[in-house]
Design a protein around this ligand. Structure first.
Ligand code: NAP
Length: 283
């Protein structure tokens, strides 16, 4: 039976770091504050927002919502971005995406102050991840995967790691972060030939394919660490990951469950970035 790498244990450790930083900032009279920019009322945006707001409240971080109707104009949205950029009391900004199709998302991202880019969506933040510098903030989900590996003392040095998925939000930055940890990294995608043998070679596997059960028992072997980033809804309407947990868990050394794995850590990483943004401003 695999060891479960549980999100709640990692969250507790990350949260205690954040709370110490929040207390130090409050002594200086600074309350770290997240600006939440939401266009429309998409169910998954509302659900993520509820999680972020709750985590802010738990950690003593303030938040301010900037809400626009789904049919707002580009000009109205750009005016809000300008407002949050100029507001010194807001340290980090979360913009829910994808934006409605009539809006120019690239222009919105370009307009966001990189110093407030706590969700890691601007070009500046990407440069930070790919160049290994501290510019901007890394995307929260791959950083959550690294927090899990760190918390459970997984030493990546010299290990073979495979990332399934090459999106800019998860797969590519996860690969860069694993390289920074001295792993030897392979990235798989839909054109990868014989993916089961490639994944079986790895000591550490991060799966972010966006398809339920993409990695099953035929992809894994004993001794592997499996981090499942996927969030899908199965035929019975239940949340599940990209890994077929039932067949993989009895084989590997450790695995993150879904729900209860990467997702909850991602929210704390986001709030941690808001606090870090406030610290940088007052350093
Ligand atoms: P995405 O943009 O759709 O990218 C999926 C990637 O997986 C693509 O690179 C695609 O390859 C690859 N892929 C898809 N099917 C594959 C297959 N059968 N074999 C090999 N590669 C395959 O998705 P994403 O935004 O990276 O998200 C990935 C998953 O993570 C989703 O389930 C999403 O819900 C979840 N997610 C979770 C969190 C969290 O906090 N836990 C946050 C963000 C996302 P190609 O490039 O060749 O198309």
């Amino acid at each position: 039976m695999a060891k479960q790498f549980l999100g709640k244990e990692v969250v507790a450790a990350v949260n205690s770091r954040i709370m110490a930083d929040v207390a130090a900032l409050k002594e200086k009279g600074v309350t770290p504050t997240l600006g939440i920019v939401r266009v429309g009322e998409r169910g998954d945006d509302l659900s993520y927002e509820r999680g972020a707001v709750k985590r802010c409240e738990t950690l003593g971080v303030a938040y301010e919502k900037f809400l626009l109707p789904a049919d707002c104009t580009q000009e109205e949205l750009m005016a809000v971005i300008d407002q949050v950029n100029k507001n010194d009391a807001i340290h980090g900004v979360l913009i829910f995406r994808p934006l409605p199709k009539h809006l120019d998302e690239a222009a919105v991202i370009k307009a966001l102050d990189p110093e407030k880019d706590v969700d890691g969506i601007t070009d500046g933040s990407m440069v930070g991840v790919f160049a290994g510098t501290n510019q901007g903030f890394p995307p929260c989900t791959p950083q959550a995967c690294m927090e899990i590996l760190d918390y459970y003392n997984v030493d990546c040095t010299g290990k073979k790691a495979v990332v399934v998925g090459r999106s800019l939000v998860v797969g590519k930055p996860a690969a860069m972060m694993l390289i920074k940890k001295n792993a030897t990294v392979t990235v798989c995608h839909t054109r990868t030939v014989d993916m089961p043998s490639v994944v079986k070679e790895a000591d550490i596997v991060i799966v972010a394919a966006g398809r339920a059960g993409v990695v099953d028992a035929s992809y894994v072997r004993e001794g592997q660490i499996v981090i499942d980033v996927g969030i899908n809804v199965n035929a019975e309407g239940k949340l599940c990951g990209d890994v077929d947990y039932a067949s993989v868990e009895p084989i590997v050394e450790a695995i993150t469950p879904v729900p209860g794995g990467v997702g909850s850590v991602t929210t704390s990483v986001l709030i941690g970035h808001v606090v870090e943004a406030a610290k940088r401003k007052f350093a």
